[in-house]
Ligand binder design. Structure first.
Ligand code: SF4
Length: 449
């Protein structure tokens, strides 16, 4: 183990920056939205809707009358009465306090060659679809046993009574046996939730059934635009198109299972013009009420992958129009939430969860997983001493080039999220509060890291 982390490669125009504060992220397929942090003590986002305010806290959303909030602009505040009413309904209670969150990379290799992938170590050579990547590793049966024992020790140590799992890669379905086995292995630890982030190319109906039977609840699959754009960007490592194959695989799995689906769409100047067609195609293979659409700008993590689109009013208009289309088709739209809620990086030392590479090494973040010099321990011996890992403990999105100023990002997400909430509310896509609980409504499809 090296004593100091090797820095991630930075492109000439990339600068390290303060971490983003709002997230919803998955992996090689990053699903992340960013915003400036709310001031300390005002951790609730307040968004001005059409004829109400929306309060957002973690995965919870409450619709409030206009009189419940003082002020407009960047610093609206809840009235004491509104805050008390929300507190009484346990709006501020952490829904995940009793859950130990585990991300396991079942395979770090990938069958695709996306140029922007944060697990690449450089852009692909000209004319190639095979960028250099982090070291290949595959989760073995022995490591599954050691991972399960590690998770059990951590849950006992921190007092959690249940676990959640995110299957991650590389492409996790390059190791289907490992994916099914780790799901089964964690069931006795009271596994209450399980997701996978996959590119969808290797998903067969049989495998979808096996994963569901083993406890999987939700799949996230990424698209890079409608067919022509996607098939230029998201290609196999020998350059073959994937759009139709992924859609067919999703259609088969939708028929075969009751999984929920999140479609992350990587947005850039390369595909922004034609995303309506993608939404139509997704709607044609999925079931209303079980599908969520997450538009997100492609980041440059220091590789030099350019994206000319930024957080402008024009982009907000475009996102709002696309979201409206998706809501019409029965989809939900995730709302960004603070990165302070990330179970992996937000507390030093991993008391909320762990990111576990396929070789058994621990990391503070998906983005550093598998990178030389960034390991913070392993599943056999646990975490390294605090003084060793302090400089390696980085938050989600710690290394990306921003798409605008903090103020531009805040205005963008406040407007886009408020409009999406208005739209979902009008369409009846927000769940009603539980009996006896606060004036809160919760999105059926929570935005999860
Ligand atoms: S499909 Fe593979 S190459 Fe593309 S972003 Fe995901 S992990 Fe990276």
């Amino acid at each position: 183990m090296t004593s100091a982390p090797a820095p991630l490669p930075l492109g000439p125009t990339t600068q390290r920056q303060a971490p983003p504060r709002f997230s919803a992220r998955p992996a090689g397929e990053a699903t992340l939205t960013r915003q400036p942090a709310p001031p300390p003590g005002t951790e609730v986002r307040l968004l001005r809707g059409r004829d109400s305010w929306w309060a957002v806290h973690g995965n919870r959303v409450a619709r409030l009358p206009l009189a419940a909030v003082h002020g407009e602009g960047p610093a609206p505040t809840l009235t004491p009465q509104a805050r008390a009413a929300l507190a009484e309904g346990r709006f501020f209670a952490s829904p995940n306090a009793d859950t130990y969150a585990v991300t396991v990379l079942t395979a770090t290799a990938c069958n695709l060659g996306c140029s922007y992938c944060f697990q690449n170590t450089a852009l692909p050579p000209p004319g190639s679809s095979a960028p250099p990547r982090i070291r290949a590793a595959t989760l073995t049966s022995d490591l599954i046993a050691r991972t399960t024992a590690f998770v059990q020790r951590q849950m006992s140590r921190f007092g959690q009574g249940q676990a959640s799992l995110l299957l991650f890669g590389g492409e996790p379905l390059l190791n289907p046996v490992g994916a099914v086995r780790i799901l089964r292995a964690l069931q006795p630890l009271n596994l209450v939730d399980a997701d996978i982030v996959t590119n969808g190319v290797l998903l067969t109906p049989r495998l979808a059934g096996q994963l569901t039977a083993a406890g999987l609840r939700r799949m996230q699959i990424t698209f890079d635009g409608a067919r022509p754009d996607h098939d230029r960007i998201r290609v196999t490592r020998d350059g073959r198109a994937t759009y139709d194959k992924i859609l067919r695989n999703v259609a088969d799995a939708v028929r075969r299972t009751d999984l929920s689906w999140t479609f992350r769409v990587n947005v850039s100047h390369r595909n922004i013009g034609d995303l309506d067609r993608l939404i139509e195609d997704l709607a044609s293979v999925t079931v209303p009420g079980r599908t969520s659409l997450h538009l997100s700008l492609v980041d440059d993590v220091g590789l030099g992958y350019d994206n000319a689109v930024g957080y402008t009013p024009g982009l907000a208009d475009r996102f709002i129009a696309l979201h409206a289309r998706a809501i019409e088709y029965g989809m939900t739209i995730p709302v960004s939430k603070p990165l302070t809620a990330c179970p992996y990086c937000s507390t030093f030392g991993g008391d909320g969860g762990a990111v576990i590479n396929a070789d058994g090494h621990l990391y503070s973040c998906w983005e550093t997983a598998g990178r030389e010099g960034w390991s913070v321990g392993d599943v056999t011996d646990g975490y390294l001493p605090a003084e060793t890992i302090r400089s390696r403990w980085v938050p989600c999105d710690y290394d990306i080039l921003p798409h605008g100023s903090d103020e531009q990002a805040r205005e963008f997400f406040d407007r886009v999220d408020a409009t999406a909430l208005d739209g979902m509310y009008a369409a009846g896509r927000l769940a009603a509060p539980a009996p006896g609980r606060a004036p809160a409504v919760e999105p059926r499809s929570a935005h999860r890291p």
